[in-house]
Design a protein. Structure first.
Length: 177
C-alpha cells in the first residue's frame, strides 16, 4: 500500500489522507468493529493488531518512496533499467531503511493493540494478567506484568529490528564512519 501511495499521485491524493487519518485512530477503537465482524474471538484481536501495524508501515513506506533521490532513478534509466528492475534494484533498496523504521513503529503499535485488546477480551495473555492484577488490587502483579511487556518489546527490537538494520547497513554500505 505504501509503495502504491508513493508512486501513484492520484491514489495518494484520494486515499493518502484517509490512511493518515486512520493512523491517528487508537488501535483499540477498531475492537468494537472487529467484534461485530468476527465475533468475540482471536480473529477480532488479530484484526486489531494488523490495523495497528499496517497503517504506520504504509505511511513510512510511502515516505521512503517519495524521498528516493531522482538521481538514482535517472542513473538507473540511463544504464538501461526499465519497469520492474527499477523497483527491484533501485527503489526497494532505497526505501528499506524507511520500511524497517515503519516495521518498528508497526510492531510497537501492534504490541500495544494486542495488550489493549487482551484487556477487553478475556483470554490467556499478558493483558488478561494485567486485568487480573487490577481486579485483585495487586500493584506488584500489575507492575511486574508491565515490566514483562516492556522487556518483550525491547527484546523483539534488539533481536529482530537491530539485526535487520545492521544487515541493511552492511549490504548497502550505509554504515556511518
Amino acid at each position: 500500500m505504501g509503495i502504491l501511495l508513493g508512486q501513484l499521485k492520484w491514489l495518494d491524493d484520494t486515499l493518502g489522507s484517509l490512511v493518515l487519518g486512520l493512523q491517528t485512530l487508537p488501535s483499540v477503537c477498531w475492537l468494537p468493529l472487529a467484534i461485530l465482524w468476527f465475533g468475540l474471538n482471536d480473529k477480532a484481536i488479530i484484526f486489531v493488531v494488523i490495523m495497528g501495524a499496517l497503517l504506520s508501515i504504509s505511511i513510512s513506506t510511502r515516505f521512503g518512496v517519495n524521498n528516493v533521490s531522482p538521481i538514482y532513478l535517472k542513473t538507473a534509466k540511463t544504464m538501461g533499467a526499465k519497469g520492474l528492475n527499477i523497483y527491484t534494484y533501485v527503489v526497494l533498496p532505497a526505501i528499506l531503511p524507511n520500511v524497517i523504521n515503519g516495521m518498528k513503529l508497526g510492531w510497537s503499535f501492534a504490541w500495544r493493540s494486542l495488550m489493549a485488546a487482551e484487556l477487553i477480551y478475556l483470554g490467556a495473555g499478558l493483558g488478561n494478567l494485567l486485568q487480573t492484577g487490577r481486579e485483585l488490587n495487586d500493584m506488584s502483579l500489575v507492575i511486574a506484568v508491565m515490566l514483562v511487556i516492556v522487556a518483550i518489546g525491547l527484546l523483539v527490537d534488539k533481536i529482530v529490528f537491530v539485526y535487520f538494520e545492521k544487515r541493511i547497513e552492511e549490504k548497502w554500505g550505509m554504515k556511518n564512519a
